[in-house]
Design a protein. Structure first.
Length: 168
């Protein structure tokens, strides 16, 4: 999985994605609570950015410019780690369900993600849960989620932390 900002993509440099540390198990309605908690992501710069983001899109843009795309990516990954597949006690990021994350300097975010199976019972709601978690991150101006099925998800896509959490 690669995580690149659009600016870095244009220069051909790749950003390094943060390797996961598993969160606590959650599922069902707890996943919704976890999404709500995503607003608490980040400290320091994020607290200042949240004030600007509350002022509207212009404030969010200013906050995004004050926070580097790399820092914003880190904050977004932390937010994604609050979203859990209700059938597996591991967050979606460490499960390897996030295939691509792109952040530009204006705070616009694009996420390509998948699910463990097309027949997943939360196929209709999981992308919205991820979008909501990302939008709660300070300095995010806009977020688009694209659900993809190619390549199909498999357990090899999980982080080492997820494997340890599942005793695999």
């Amino acid at each position: 999985m690669s995580i690149e900002s659009k600016d870095e993509q244009a220069t051909g440099a790749e950003a390094v994605g943060a390797e996961g540390q598993g969160g606590s198990p959650a599922g069902g309605s707890a996943a919704g609570e976890a999404v709500e908690a995503a607003g608490a992501v980040g400290a320091g710069e994020a607290a200042e950015a949240s004030k600007a983001a509350a002022a509207g899109d212009a404030g969010a843009t200013e906050a995004a410019e004050a926070i580097s795309p790399e820092k914003l990516e880190e904050m977004i990954v932390d937010a994604m780690r609050t979203v859990y597949d209700p059938e597996i006690p591991v967050n979606i990021y460490d499960l390897g369900l996030i295939y691509d994350l792109r952040v530009d300097t204006g705070g616009n975010v694009e996420v390509k993600m998948t699910l463990t199976t097309p027949h997943c019972p939360v196929a209709g709601s999981m992308p919205g849960m991820v979008e909501q978690a990302v939008r709660h991150v300070e300095a995010v101006k806009d977020c688009e989620i694209e659900l993809v099925w190619d390549p199909p998800w498999n357990p090899d896509m999980m982080t080492e932390a997820a494997r340890l959490q599942l005793n695999i």
